[in-house]
Design a protein around this ligand. Structure first.
Ligand code: ADP
Ligand code: MG
Length: 682
């Protein structure tokens, strides 16, 4: 029975011999909940105990294995003195020393006049060899004379106990029915799952990432993730909704009034979205495009069309100021007859109540806001589209809550500039349809990026003075000193005071705690160019759009990840003027830091930057990735296993196209993603 076999892997750790309550709790703390989880903690190195020596050839300070005969005990009656066991072989003598041990225990593991094999680090005391507290002792030499894996996870669990647990699992591994077809298996020399796991834990195979067993297992998890996504997508697609009916000629009227023309990619993505809106299948689409590629206007057009078709729209942004900016833009480009409103968590209670009532009565067509727009008490009368800007700033749960909120008739459009490497897009966003804006608006110049030591701040000030004389505006970003305390604005405040003294013209300060009205005024004044320098914390990181600002100074730049720096830098270079990004550092950079900053200097493309950054830093380390709910793979690596990601993509397409029955993948999905999607769908 197939169930029985994989059930062993999903069973509780208490089932294992040698796992007492203490070990159980230690493993639980490390998020190891079942036997399957344990398989993916790989040995980091090993101790070779396989060769034995004679006492006369022992080397002090090394781990060695010897077969000896105990011939005398010494159990002192004085506390703190160790128990001593005199041992010998035909070449010499050695003492075994045990601190804090029971007489009975010692007698049991080292009975007199019987050969035992011992392994441990050899020391010397008063000219005699000794081994202290050896853990590897057995009358059966073959149990000792092996390579013993070292796992990094032995805090509180001894190496010996841990190895025992793993070996127990490896010998009891169920033989699972193969889920891959022969064509796929051929790529991995037909190695089975079972055999692969055993190979994975062999000491001599540590670090063999290119081997058939490693690749097979990596492919298993990639395929599983893709399959689960594909099933979710199928499920969403099955939901029938009311079609949105609208005439695109009104959208054209809005676009004609803009000072620019949409790029080809903007047009293409807008068409894709409109097509989804008009269909009777629920839309679940991600609009992806690098910073500054012009996603907002595409989203607003979609919102406009949905309103034309008689539905309401909710547009959510991660920050208050971004929501406000979208709101202001909509006010500017839409006709007066479209009712717009902004709801913020800081809105007055009275205003909130009015807005809530109006939403319920369909008197508001489009509402803008932060996550505040999705509180329980807010009930839309006829919500037809949810747009989430900078979706990676929201957790997976928030995203899920939103899609639940909408109901069947509600389409969902997510937007993101998070540059996910191509190999990952499908795995991460596999359950969504993708629209990508690749090209940036014409006439944009690449932002020039420089790094400067903080001691050279005078040069920066000189540069800025010139820029301001030429009618330009400046962002000056200071990191939060203590990330855990999001209210720590002292560095921004200090810099604001400093710059105010240096420049007689208008400098303003913006941070998370600035009052709403004040914020509103500052943003307005910055837009109308009354303010020349805007000092802020990273609250301007996402979305903010001031085309006239063309210099951004980022202090303490080493505090940010490359992708985050790219996002910040994306605040400038939005108009047609040459823009500059100055990265300031407190001290000179390490070689690795230099390499990373050079990536940023040599490219303005978010995708290239994130891929290069990944190569340097390893997966899972890029800022924004973790927050975005991206699953960290156990073995698979998006850069090194890109061929496997491509293979999975091909296979999924084939499966979807030919409606392949997925029952043979059931075990795979159950094990790797604990997913029951097949049962749900059946
Ligand atoms: P993002 O994709 O980062 O959200 P925005 O939508 O904020 O980018 O657009 C960035 C800037 O580019 C805005 O000032 C916007 O008005 C402008 N823009 C958008 N589309 C075009 C275009 N086709 N041609 C010129 N400028 C454009
Ligand atoms: Mg944006």
């Amino acid at each position: 029975m197939i169930n029985n076999t994989y059930n062993y892997l999903l069973s509780d750790l208490k089932k294992l011999k040698g796992v007492g309550i203490k070990t159980y709790n230690l493993l639980k703390k490390k998020k190891i909940n079942n036997i399957f989880d344990l398989l993916w903690r790989l040995p980091k190195s090993y101790t070779d105990r396989s060769k034995s020596t004679k006492i006369k050839d022992l080397k002090i300070g090394e781990v060695q294995t010897i077969t000896v005969t105990p011939y005398k005990y010494n159990f002192p009656r004085i506390r703190n003195l160790p128990n001593k066991i005199y041992c010998k072989d035909d070449t010499g003598e050695l003492d075994c020393i045990f601190f804090n041990s029971y007489e009975g225990y010692v007698k049991k593991i080292l009975p007199l006049n019987k050969e035992v094999t011992i392994s441990g680090k050899v020391g010397q005391f008063k000219n005699k060899y000794q081994i202290t507290n050896p853990k590897y002792i057995s009358e059966d030499a073959s149990l000792i004379k092996e390579k013993h894996n070292k796992y990094s996870l032995t805090e509180g669990i001894s190496e010996k106990v841990y190895n025992k647990i793993i070996n127990q699992i490896l010998t009891n591994l169920p033989i699972l029915n193969e889920w891959h077809n022969n064509e796929v298996l051929k790529k991995f020399d037909f190695i089975s799952w079972n055999k692969s796991i055993v190979e994975l834990h062999k000491p001599e195979n540590i670090g063999k990432y290119k081997s058939n067993f490693y690749k097979r297992l990596a492919y298993d998890e990639i395929l599983s993730t893709c399959l689960v996504h594909s099933q979710i997508r199928k499920k969403i697609k099955k939901i029938k909704k009311q079609k949105k009916i609208f005439d695109e000629k009104y959208q054209k009227e809005i676009l004609d009034r803009l000072i620019f023309q949409l790029t080809t990619d903007q047009k293409k993505t807008l068409n894709e979205i409109n097509h989804d809106l008009k269909s009777n299948q629920k839309m679940f689409r991600l609009l992806q495009g690098d910073v500054g590629s012009g996603k907002t206007i595409v989203a607003l057009c979609a919102a406009f069309n949905v309103v034309q078709s008689g539905f309401q729209v909710a547009i959510m942004a991660p920050t208050e100021i971004l929501a406000r900016q979208h709101f202001n833009l909509a006010k500017k480009i839409f006709d007066k007859n479209i009712n717009l409103e902004i709801l913020s968590s800081k809105s007055e209670y009275k205003d909130k109540k009015v807005i809530i009532k109006k939403l319920n009565d369909s008197k508001i067509d489009i509402v803008f806001g932060t996550h505040a727009i999705f509180q329980k008490k807010i009930i839309f009368n006829k919500l037809g589209l949810i747009i989430i800007d900078e979706q990676h700033k929201f957790g997976v749960n928030q995203r899920k809550k939103l899609s639940d909120k909408g109901g069947d008739n509600c389409d969902i459009l997510l937007m993101s500039a998070t540059p996910i490497p191509r190999t990952l897009t499908m795995t991460i966003y596999g359950d969504m349809d993708l629209s990508i804006i690749k090209e940036k608006p014409k006439l944009r110049k690449e932002v020039k990026t420089y790094s400067k030591l903080e001691s050279k701040i005078d040069e920066v000030i000189q540069f800025i003075k010139k820029e301001i004389q030429n009618g330009n505006q400046i962002f000056w970003v200071c990191p939060l000193i203590d990330e855990s305390k999001k209210i720590d604005h002292s560095s921004a405040i200090k810099k604001y005071e400093f710059l105010k003294k240096k420049f007689s013209i208008n400098v303003a300060l913006l941070h998370g705690k600035t009052a709403i009205e004040e914020k509103e005024k500052i943003l307005k004044d910055f837009l109308s160019q009354k303010i020349k320098i805007l000092v802020s914390t990273t609250i301007i990181e996402v979305g903010i759009d001031f085309p006239n600002a063309n210099v951004i100074v980022i202090e303490n730049a080493n505090k940010f990840g490359l992708s985050q720096l790219h996002q910040l830098r994306g605040r400038v270079g939005r108009g047609e003027k040459q823009s500059t990004c100055i990265l300031m550092f407190k001290s000179s950079l390490s070689e690795n830091a230099k390499k990373r900053i050079n990536i940023l200097k040599s490219s303005n493309d978010g995708f290239t930057i994130s891929e290069e950054d990944m190569k340097l830093r390893g997966f899972g380390d890029i800022l924004g990735f973790k927050q975005s709910g991206v699953k960290i793979f156990r073995l698979a690596d998006p850069i090194h296993n890109s061929d496997l990601f491509k293979l999975a993509e091909k296979e999924i397409k084939y499966i979807e196209k030919n409606n392949i029955n997925l029952s043979k993948y059931k075990t795979l999905m159950k094990l790797y993603d604990q997913a029951d999607v097949i049962n749900d769908l059946a």
